[in-house]
Write a protein that binds this ligand. Structure first.
Ligand SMILES: Nc1ncnc2c1ncn2[C@@H]1O[C@H](COP(=O)(O)OP(=O)(O)OP(=O)(O)O)[C@@H](O)[C@H]1O
Ligand SMILES: [Mg+2]
Length: 587
């Protein structure tokens, strides 16, 4: 790079103007959020402070100040970090120039500062390093990128007045005259934010929201942060903010928070009431296959509470506190959200605020997305694992009066289930009581435990058209459990009524016969779950197995019970529908 003796640098003279303008446009367009300027400023300032503390063991604490002036639409960022040396300052606005080498530093691309300089029409950088202050100024950059005005000139003044003579090193960057037109109509204009909103933005989307605290990792260097907003009304608001990520728990009373371990203990002690309605949070560290750490911070609460918090802080739409998978790296939030996962209970995601921190992330220009698909996939898997661990606790955080809200959000979930049910083979019987698990090819999850389950199962089978019977009556207050009807001749529509009896174990019909509760001869169908053929044979019955689909038999029957003809009883045989066998055949 050539510099003229007056320390003026023509905006990147070594290439033709159009090529630079093109590159400048690319940089501007690669940024997607209206708060990116704050992101880049904060990141450079925090890096500079970390570098300073690494260099100087006597350095106690960083000082960082962010000022937003709503009147001249300017942003100023001050830090007492390392500062920029005289040779470097001439290069800092060159796209892709970065003097950062340390792996722990956040900046890497060398475009952040260039972006800041291009966003407005008045850029100033005053810095001190090695006891010497220097100042860089650039005017009209935004106009020039937009095709108006001539190529801007970068002035570097090496005889600058030291604005903070007591400090050994510092940097103050300010960009003013950020045009309103740089903000799209529907986008958030950061010059409309009050101090609380701004503090929230800085603590959730920029390097000022140090995420290490969530995992008990202290920062490389303490930083005292002051935020100022010069309002349109002439009021100046000032607020000190901690150098810490603002998780939703930040805004909550500690009494309404509970850790996951506490939740587990309470539930194990049968003290559900101590958990109900509380927000649950915890942190956990996972290891990747390459032995790298993925840190997860998880917070669970009701959608109602997220809304409440957002309303209390008067957060604009783009800044609302809500569930999601937020990505952080090297102690800072990135502003990147992973898409919600398609897990079984997708309807729970709005309740889950998950922050995943992974240091080996590479981001695209403008830090909008993670570049490596494998990293995205790996993080998605970790998120799914967290989800599986906590899914069962979500219900405790949901407020009772939240019914309608949850109902609305769970419409999608319901639709998914309906589709799944429709695709199920024949019918699904779901008994939530514990019991022996069935083979995986079963269309239902638990074996029936008693007669009532068999009735439910058979009714579902009818409803699904598995058997051609019509159900006339099911009742326990008559001698027979059930009356069915079967159309035996489709042309004449001739229908016959059938007496049916439900049993959990088919052979227990013997007891009914003994006690004369049921009369053999009147009973036509026995519907049961299991059938002990030996017991029946010992009692004198003939038990014939029926091949599926045998024409002469009643539909669905698996067995036929009859007395030997020598018994001189001319009764009709009883058809048996042994459901466990029907299901085995069909699935
Ligand atoms: N506040 C600051 N204090 C000291 N040096 C700074 C400061 N801001 C910028 N710099 C210097 O300017 C260089 C360019 O900054 P820039 O933000 O463009 O790039 P970066 O931070 O290295 O990478 P990235 O594009 O990822 O932000 C930095 O590498 C650093 O040397
Ligand atoms: Mg940077």
């Amino acid at each position: 790079m050539s510099t003229d003796p007056s320390q003026s640098i023509q905006w990147f003279v070594e290439r033709d103007e159009d090529s630079y303008r093109h590159e400048a446009k690319n940089i501007l367009e690669s940024y997607a959020h209206p708060w990116d300027i704050l992101v880049e400023l904060a990141q450079n300032a925090v890096d500079a402070i970390d570098q300073k503390s690494q260099k100087d063991e006597h350095f106690q604490a960083g000082n960082l100040r962010i000022e937003v002036d709503q009147n001249n639409r300017s942003i100023t960022c001050f830090d007492n970090g390392v500062g920029i040396g005289e040779t470097e300052i001439k290069k800092v606005l060159r796209p892709h120039f970065s003097a950062k080498k340390g792996k722990t530093l956040r900046g890497e691309k060398g475009v952040g500062l260039t972006y800041i300089a291009l966003v407005g029409n008045q850029f100033r950088l005053t810095t001190k390093s090695g006891g010497k202050a220097n100042r860089l100024s650039l005017d009209g950059a935004q106009e020039w990128v937009g095709g108006r005005g001539s190529r801007p000139v970068i002035h570097v003044d090496t005889a600058t007045k030291d604005i903070y003579p007591k400090l050994e090193s510092y940097t103050e960057v300010s960009v003013a005259a950020i045009p309103e037109t740089a903000v799209a109509e529907e986008e958030l204009d950061i010059f409309t934010l009050n101090i609380k909103q701004l503090a929230h933005l800085l603590r959730t989307r920029t390097a000022l929201g140090y995420t290490g605290t969530l995992f008990n990792i202290p920062p490389h260097c303490k930083i005292e942060i002051t935020v100022k907003v010069q309002g349109k009304d002439g009021n100046l608001e000032t607020q000190a903010i901690p150098y810490e990520y603002a998780a939703p728990s930040t805004y909550m009373n500690s009494k309404s928070l509970i850790t996951l371990d506490e939740v587990k203990t309470h539930l194990a002690n049968d003290e559900k009431r101590k958990v109900l309605g509380k927000a649950i949070h915890f942190a956990k560290v996972f290891q990747t296959k390459a032995q790298k750490d993925v840190r997860a911070y998880c917070f669970l609460t009701s959608r109602h509470l997220y809304n409440q918090l957002s309303e209390d802080l008067q957060l604009p739409e783009d800044l609302r506190i809500q569930g999601g998978i937020y990505i952080a790296t090297k102690g800072m939030p990135t502003g990147i959200l992973l898409p919600a996962l398609k897990t079984g209970r997708a309807g729970y995601w709005p309740n889950i605020y998950l922050l995943l921190e992974y240091d080996n992330i590479t981001l695209d220009l403008g830090r909008k997305s993670i570049t490596a698909p494998r990293t995205i996939e790996m993080l998605g898997k970790q998120a799914a694992q967290v989800f599986n661990d906590i899914e069962r606790y979500v219900k405790y955080t949901i407020r009772e009066d939240e019914g309608t809200l949850d109902a609305v959000v769970s419409q999608d979930e319901l639709q998914e289930e309906v589709t799944a049910v429709r695709n199920e083979p024949h019918f699904v019987y779901k008994d939530t009581r514990t019991g022996q698990t069935l083979p995986s090819n079963y269309p239902f999850e638990r074996a029936p435990k008693q007669e009532q389950d068999v009735i439910a199962l058979f009714s579902m089978a009818l409803a699904r058209g598995l058997f051609p019977y019509e159900l006339l009556r099911v009742s326990s207050s008559y001698r027979y459990d059930c009356f069915l009807q079967l159309t035996v001749d489709t042309s004449t529509k001739k229908r016959v009524p059938l007496v049916a009896e439900f049993k959990y174990q088919g052979e227990s019909i013997l007891k009914d016969l003994e006690e004369s509760k049921a009369r053999y001869g009147q009973l036509q169908i026995l519907i049961c779950w299991t059938l002990d053929e030996t017991k029946l044979r010992t009692a004198g019955f003939i038990v014939d197995r029926i091949l599926q689909g045998a024409k002469k038999e009643l539909p669905g029957s698996t067995h036929k019970l009859s007395f030997p003809s020598s018994a001189a009883v001319k009764d009709q045989p009883v058809a048996v529908i042994c459901l466990s066998q029907v299901l085995h055949q069909d699935v």
